[in-house]
Design a protein around this ligand. Sequence first.
Ligand SMILES: Nc1ncnc2c1ncn2[C@@H]1O[C@H](COP(=O)(O)OP(=O)(O)O)[C@@H](O)[C@H]1O
Ligand SMILES: [Mg+2]
Length: 233
Amino acid sequence: MTSPPLVLSARDVRRDYPVAGQPVHAVRGLSLDVSEGEWVAVVGPSGSGKSTLLNLLGAIDRPSGGSISIRGQDVARMGDAEATRFRLTGIGFVFQRFYLMPTLTAAENVELPMSEAKVPRAEREARAKELLRYVGLGERTGHRPFQLSGGEQQRVAIARALANRPALLLADEPTGELDARTGTEMITLLDRLNRDGTTIVTVTHDEALAGAARRVVHMRDGAIVDDVTVRPL
Ligand SMILES: Nc1ncnc2c1ncn2[C@@H]1O[C@H](COP(=O)(O)OP(=O)(O)O)[C@@H](O)[C@H]1O
Ligand SMILES: [Mg+2]
């Protein structure tokens, strides 16, 4: 049996924050491979470097050392402009606080990354509708964020993250602002996305979310201390 191709390969990644007096070593020589179709939950105490790692994997931030390859592209060496271009189509990012554009409708929010990627209007509109249907918001495409619940806003954020068909979906505490029931719905949606082929890395405190992932990576003090695949591909 041939193993699925790697989406992500990180080697000896370090990230030091130059804080006056005493630099913070947020990530200390971490290596991680993620194959196509995996769903990895990164867990660990607050301050263990989870968000720092996710930002490095998503080319939002650059490491102080080591290499990060996403589908063969070296994101650790990218300049800001190149990283911005890469993120637009290579990575889907979902944040705890949704970060939707308040003045735009759900459909317009989902279309935004496609507009930036110069996707023609008709195609953009059709894909936004299809994605919103997929996340269960087919009836809410014209609503603005303030007319949506937290769970609905997070669904729009997921649809937006998937707009340009990224190789990798990254989510930092995606259930962090949601109540238990809505959080459970979010986990069900992530599970469906993964079963339909999306490769996912989530950072989370939420045990239910970590329990649904295929693989759980434990971090402590900027390093991986445990890596368990619960549900192989
Ligand atoms: N921009 C920054 N400047 C300085 N220190 C930071 C910065 N961001 C995070 N840190 C520090 O790096 C460590 C890891 O933080 P973070 O990655 O946010 O952890 P987690 O997401 O696991 O809670 C913490 O000690 C935090 O205080
Ligand atoms: Mg964090």
